[in-house]
Write a protein that binds this ligand. Structure first.
Ligand code: IVH
Length: 699
């Protein structure tokens, strides 16, 4: 007989085992959902498991555990945050001031000099990462359990924000077995752009409903920082925060000095394996040329990322070399931030104009004190429409945040109101004029539309100018040299009334214009002559039919082959075309029902504008006929346009939003809400290779 061991744990009860099992399952599903964006079970099933655990925990508080998934939001509001002294200081990164490629070169040259490398020595290997625009957090795990989360603060001492960070689904509360007994993971808490927009929308509704103390946020960074430093964890829990890991602080595995990682890349891969989100766009780079290539590649895709970055970060990959390089005043010599030009700046609103577009749309435009943003000097920024202008409450004299991202038209993001600015001291709220500011015709806002439109049609000189410029642009029939200044003069002088008047322009009329040399007049006449031979899609697009962009024009031309067939098609017949829904079909049909539009076409033809006409499309097998696809995220090899072209060539349709009618969602990296929607509606999800298999019939 053995003596009973008084110190042995009592045998676990079935309910206790069930609780452990539920916690493990819920941790796993939370990781699938929040980190991998690939849920394995429906939300309702997750909720059921969660509730079962909650009930067991209520019945057995003695078996409660702080790392339980039920304990993410548990804490009470705080009066203030406790301060935390970091075990290992949280450093900052030196910023390369030069935003050009030479920034990467300067860094590589410094590293090589510090390492005393000769020109003949091989390239230094780096890891290139994104520089997230959020705030740095240190997550401390002891025995695999999250025990503390702290802000960076001054680098030595930060604030204890554990309660708030625990509410973030992307942050593991417990790590797999085998992790170091003390592990500090460092990374950035940020807010995705779509989450930020949705949050601000909710905030606006709260404000509209008269809730006190609510405000909208200026940008995702501020919203994220506000949420992390929120004293009430229940409020923090409602803020959609995300996280990317990029480094470690204290790491111990009982053997001091035993560094676990040989390279930074290995560290990132291990963090990923342990359940932390690591951004997909990390890469190794050999020497300056590959750093430059990375900087350019990320710069080109910056606006497609679902979150803000303000640059990229280069880090020496070898940890041994990092240690040899060491630090200068809180900044490691082995890392540098290489920025991009800022996409947001502040400036002053000098006035608000209303511009009339090609289709009569009235757009309020803020006239700004010139400001350098997104690489250019901006003096105008769109306010989109009356509702937007009023919602943002932009007024003359206000200080505003202006954003220019990529090729997108600069826009006013928000007004920055100093706390002491009184309503009485501000200009009046913007109101859209009820008459077109150019031609004086009535401006109307149709039911359910955000835009006011001038009803003047081609009587309105602003619409006429835009219609001509649209027709003459490079992507339409292309009349080289016919720019806005020239069109402005031609219309204002009454020389041109309709599109076909363009082709009646003679040298004398042109040469009589302001600042028009004989040579330039000749060039325009030649360009007009050259533009007469065009293609059906370009001509159709050039007509400026509402809702008919380049790709619709191409699809129409391909389907019908000839212009007359399109002009005489019923709305139903038009809907048979790829990508053409009821609204677009109606718009095309209505356009060609107008005698004056048919006349414009006839006159242009009479002036000699022509194109090769073809037969209605009847080519090749159409494996995707009748199927509608939605593309989301970044596909590994195909660009979005290429994927769209392939689907369309195989007879499928591509749509922008997921609905019950969607046949498949094609998802790549960083797929977001569309993927969620597909899962919610039970729409099958394909990856790029599955799509290609469907198209090429390979298995
Ligand atoms: S590493 C030893 N990596 O930049 C270097 N920081 O000045 C420690 N940041 O506030 C930082 N993206 O929050 C690192 N991929 C990245 C980063 C990154 C953004 C922020 C970090 C810190 C600042 C460093």
């Amino acid at each position: 007989m053995t003596t009973p061991d008084l110190f042995a744990e009592p045998a676990a009860q079935p309910e206790q085992l069930r609780m452990q099992e539920l916690r493990a399952q819920l941790h796993h599903h939370a990781h699938q959902y929040y980190v991998l964006d690939a849920p394995l079970i429906p939300d309702a099933e997750y909720d059921r498991l969660f509730q079962e655990l909650q009930a067991l925990e209520a019945a057995h508080p003695e078996w409660m555990s702080p790392d339980s998934p039920t304990q993410r939001v548990g804490g009470k509001p705080l009066d203030q945050f406790a301060s935390v002294r970091h075990a290992v200081p949280m450093l900052s990164i030196r910023t390369e001031t030069d935003t050009e490629s030479s920034g990467a070169q300067a860094f590589d040259a410094r590293v090589r000099r510090e390492l005393e490398l000769k020109d003949a020595d091989p390239a230094v290997e780096y890891v290139a990462e994104l520089k997230f625009d959020g705030l740095a957090i240190n997550l401390r795990y002891e025995q695999g359990v999250l025990v503390q989360a702290a802000t960076r603060g001054d680098g030595e001492t930060g604030e204890d924000v554990t309660q708030n960070i625990r509410t973030m689904g992307q942050i593991p509360l417990r790590l797999p077995s085998g992790v170091p007994s003390v592990l500090e993971v460092r990374g950035e808490v940020y807010m995705r752009r779509d989450d930020f927009e949705a949050l601000n929308e909710r905030q606006r509704q709260r404000i509209a409903q008269g809730e006190k103390g609510e405000k909208t946020f200026v940008n995702p960074r501020n919203a994220a920082a506000g949420a992390v430093r929120q004293l009430d964890p229940a409020i923090a829990a409602q803020r959609p925060l995300s996280f990317f890991a990029y480094g470690v602080g204290e790491v111990s595995n009982g053997k001091p000095g035993d560094s676990r990682f040989a390279t930074h890349m290995e560290l990132l891969q291990t963090l990923k394996k342990w359940g932390f989100p690591v951004v997909a766009q990390v890469d190794t780079a050999q020497g300056a040329p590959e750093l430059i290539a990375y900087h350019q590649r990320i710069g080109a895709m910056r606006d497609q990322l679902p979150f803000d970055i303000d640059g990229v970060v280069y880090k020496v990959n070898s940890i041994a070399l990092q240690q040899r390089l060491g630090f200068v005043s809180r900044e490691p010599r082995w890392a540098v931030a290489h920025k991009y030009p800022a996409q947001e700046q502040m400036t002053t609103v000098l006035g608000i104009d209303v511009q009339v577009g090609r289709t009569g749309k009235l757009t309020p435009v803020a006239k700004l004190a010139p400001v350098f943003v997104g690489g250019v000097t901006v003096t105008n920024a769109t306010l989109h429409n009356e509702d937007e202008a009023r919602r943002k409450d932009v007024r003359v004299g206000d200080t505003v945040v202006v954003r220019r991202a990529g090729d997108v038209i600069p826009e006013v993001v928000s007004v920055v109101l100093p706390a002491d600015k009184l309503e009485a001291g501000r200009g009046p709220l913007f109101t859209m004029p009820r008459l077109c500011p150019v031609c004086g015709s009535a401006a109307v806002r149709e039911e359910g539309e955000a835009d006011y439109r001038c009803t003047g049609g081609l009587f309105c000189s602003a619409q006429r100018k835009q219609a001509i410029l649209h027709f003459a642009q490079r992507r339409a029939v292309e009349v080289e040299g016919l720019g806005d200044k020239l069109v402005e003069q031609l219309v204002d002088a009454g020389i041109i009334h309709t599109l076909s008047d363009l082709y009646r322009l003679g040298l004398t009329a042109l040469a009589g214009l302001d600042r028009m040399a004989d040579k330039s007049a000749q060039n325009i006449v030649q360009a007009l002559e050259k533009s007469k031979l065009t293609t059906l899609p370009r001509f159709l697009f050039g007509l400026g039919i509402r809702h008919v962009g380049e790709s619709t024009a191409k699809a129409l031309a391909k389907h019908f082959g000839q212009l007359n067939a399109i002009m005489d098609a019923s709305a139903d017949a038009l809907q048979q075309v790829n990508d053409v829904g009821p609204v677009v079909a109606q718009s095309i049909h209505t356009f060609f029902q107008q005698p004056h539009n048919r006349e414009v076409v006839e006159q242009l033809r009479a002036c000699g504008v022509h194109w090769p006409e073809g037969d209605p499309a009847t080519d090749g097998p159409k494996p995707l006929a009748g199927k509608t696809f939605v593309i989301t995220g970044t596909l590994p090899t195909l660009g979005r346009d290429a994927a769209k072209d392939l689907i369309e060539a195989a007879g499928g349709k591509v749509s922008g939003s997921v609905s019950k009618k969607t046949s498949y969602v094609v998802a790549g990296a960083e797929a977001g809400s569309k993927l969620d929607k597909a899962q919610e509606l039970g729409v099958p999800v394909l990856d790029e290779s599955a799509l290609l298999e469907m198209i090429h019939g390979r298995t």
